[in-house]
Design a protein around this ligand. Structure first.
Ligand code: CA2
Length: 145
């Protein structure tokens, strides 16, 4: 089984600013945590980050026939991107949406998620542990093996 973890714009800046909202862990810490968890589950994982919407769409399309599940934090594109929603729909790969912060308790514009409709589950407000929870959801049956 292979899970693709995709991170959107500015998540590479984790731990550098706004630790009150996104925690103190750096992006490198997050990647290590995801890789350790994949090892524990005995699965393959690939981690990808981009600040560019089209690159995120390309990566989702490349997962077709390669990954059994996708964990995605589209970051700001969550609230704006029909292209990322359409990409997830087009590949029909079980996908879990993750947000480090509790988006439902933040600004109104963060209440909108275009991608949510195409996802089997959403995890919010659990910090970076949310990524591991999303991997567990796919491992336990949300994903085709
Ligand atoms: O809570 C989340 O995971 C978000 O997807 C993070 C996005 C935000 O636009 C979403 O509304 C919620 C922001 C990504 C990271 O932004 C940073 C900003 C400052 C310092 C470090 C990261």
């Amino acid at each position: 089984m292979k899970i693709l973890v995709i991170n959107g714009p500015n998540l590479n800046m984790l731990g550098i600013r706004e630790p009150g909202v996104y925690g103190k862990e750096t992006y490198k810490d997050l990647c290590r945590k995801i890789e350790d968890h994949a090892k524990k589950l005995g699965i393959d994982v690939e981690i990808y980050q981009s600040n560019h919407e089209g690159d995120l769409v390309d990566k989702i399309q490349e997962a077709y026939g390669d990954a059994n599940g996708i964990v995605i934090n589209p970051a700001a594109y969550t609230h704006t991107s029909v292209a990322i929603l359409d990409a997830v729909k087009s590949v029909s790969i079980p996908t879990v949406e993750v947000h480090i912060s509790k988006v439902e308790e933040r600004e109104d514009f963060r209440q909108v998620s275009y991608i949510r409709k195409a996802c089997v589950a959403t995890v919010t407000g659990k910090g970076t542990d949310g990524y591991l929870m999303a991997m567990n959801i796919l491992f336990e049956g949300g994903a085709d093996k």
